[in-house]
Design a protein around this ligand. Structure first.
Ligand SMILES: O=P(O)(O)OC[C@H]1O[C@](O)(CO)[C@@H](O)[C@@H]1O
Length: 430
């Protein structure tokens, strides 16, 4: 993997060579802090040990109990789903991976109607074991399996914390149960049991994913000029400090679209603290050149664009054509066209003085995915150190959880009472 900062220097907002040199001194100090946290397995920093700490054999031992299924259904939300979904959705497999990470009744019903429940493994993931959406979906899935005459205890494994509802369920029904790593917030668990069970059930090489994470670990150093992860983290931080409060993450590969969704949770939930943060916008190249690019290039000078691509792609030839004005496409390939669009968009942003960062991985395979996930986690931790925010907590999400629980009679919460105080200003349609 490599990162190119060239298009963020002398832009608006922008960095200078002097900025980066001064920042490098702070990166060295931040790296020392991060390295100490990793060595002591401190809460949060322990995430950056996962490529070496995760026991792939334990994952295999739990998943090998199941014959190769037709489908894997992961029931989880946020970090308990997005890491696995990033890997599963990026790679080809003849085992379909599905993710229930929302409680939309139409979507849940449609999925359960489609799933071959007798040949589906249900992978329930929750660090806390109390997340309403995950537990509600599990109860609905279990009911559907029972009604279909499927013994759910034979088709279910769980990944959860040491205590809580899911641990109790696994104990009561002797379900295969894996541990969520201690001291790691959910959004940082992609390179652990949480992110690797579904890919393992699909037959992917989870050991290669972890090897890619270790490649990322090896690249951490005391200088942003030697570490792609720290280069990205330092540049995004410094650009935010100069007004780039939106980071539009735009992978030029359909296989990395879910990665942008995973990145959005990592960046928003880690760095959105104390009135600070950088809003992750999800985009996709080349598609969003025909939509959001107008805003990125000609809107307010308050954003940066992260352009991500694999340097190796599949090739699909574009047939020769005599269509007026389109003959230039013939004999080329879709990969060449996508790469030309990537480089054109990069230059288009630079010409408009919009800061953009290039992130390139070798190809979309297990090892490169592991390296990319790790690098962005390390970049996020570095940004949090430089911004002096509490990277590993997410207190702001608790208010809404309590309000929703109170509205459903799950307890007496002032937050639920506040819902009734909503100010009305209705404008009714015909
Ligand atoms: O794994 P759990 O405990 O169900 O939490 C799921 C997600 O919900 C959050 O706790 C936020 O509510 C995320 O940080 C986490 O990834």
């Amino acid at each position: 993997m490599h990162v190119d900062l060239g298009n963020a220097v002398e832009t608006t907002p922008g960095l200078t060579d002097e900025t980066l040199e001064r920042l490098d001194d702070r990166v060295a100090d931040a790296h020392d802090r991060i390295a100490a946290g990793m060595a002591d397995e401190e809460f949060g920093y322990a995430a950056l040990n996962l490529p070496a700490a995760t026991d792939a054999d334990a994952i295999r031992e739990a998943t090998d109990r199941f014959d190769r299924p037709e489908a894997v259904l992961t029931v989880g939300i946020g970090g308990s789903a997005l890491g696995a979904a990033t890997i599963a959705n990026a790679l080809e497999s003849d085992v379909d991976a599905h993710f229930l990470d929302n409680v939309d009744p139409d979507a849940v019903a449609a999925l359960l109607d489609d799933l071959p429940l007798a040949d589906t493994v249900v992978n329930v993931v929750s660090k806390s074991g109390t997340t309403a959406e995950t537990l509600a979906n599990f109860l609905v899935v279990r009911e559907a399996m029972t009604e279909a005459g499927v013994d759910w205890t034979e088709r279910t494994l769980v990944t959860t914390g040491e205590e809580g509802n899911l641990r109790a369920l696994a104990d009561a029904h002797d379900l295969p149960a894996l541990d969520v790593p201690d001291g790691v917030p959910g959004r940082f668990t992609a390179l652990s049991t949480v992110g690797l069970v579904a890919p393992a059930l699909q037959g992917h090489d989870i050991e290669a994913v972890l090897a890619g994470g270790r490649d990322g670990m090896a690249d951490l150093s005391g200088s942003l000029f030697e570490s792609p992860a720290y280069a990205y983290g330092a540049a995004t931080y410094a650009l935010a400090e100069r007004g780039a409060l939106t980071n539009a993450v735009m992978p030029y590969a359909e296989s990395l679209e879910t990665f942008a969704e995973w990145f959005a949770q990592l960046w928003a939930e880690s760095l959105g603290k104390d009135g600070l943060g950088q809003t992750p916008a999800r985009a996709l190249g080349a598609t969003d050149q025909h939509s959001q690019l107008q805003l990125y290039r000609a809107g307010p000078s308050d954003k940066l664009v992260s352009l991500i691509r694999p340097t190796e792609r599949a090739e699909t030839a574009i047939p020769e054509t005599d269509l007026d004005g389109l003959a230039y496409l013939g004999g080329s390939s879709l990969g060449d066209l996508l790469d030309a669009e990537f480089e054109a968009t990069e230059a288009s942003l630079a010409a408009a003085d919009v800061p953009n960062l290039r992130v390139e991985i070798d190809r979309v395979d297990e090892r490169s995915l592991g390296e990319l996930l790790y690098a962005m986690e390390a970049a996020c931790v570095l940004y949090g150190e430089l911004a002096s925010v509490s990277t590993f907590t997410q207190p702001a999400v608790e208010w809404g959880k309590k309000a929703a629980r109170g509205l459903l009679g799950g307890g007496d919460f002032a937050e639920a009472d506040a819902v009734a105080d909503k100010r009305e200003l209705r404008v009714d349609g015909s």
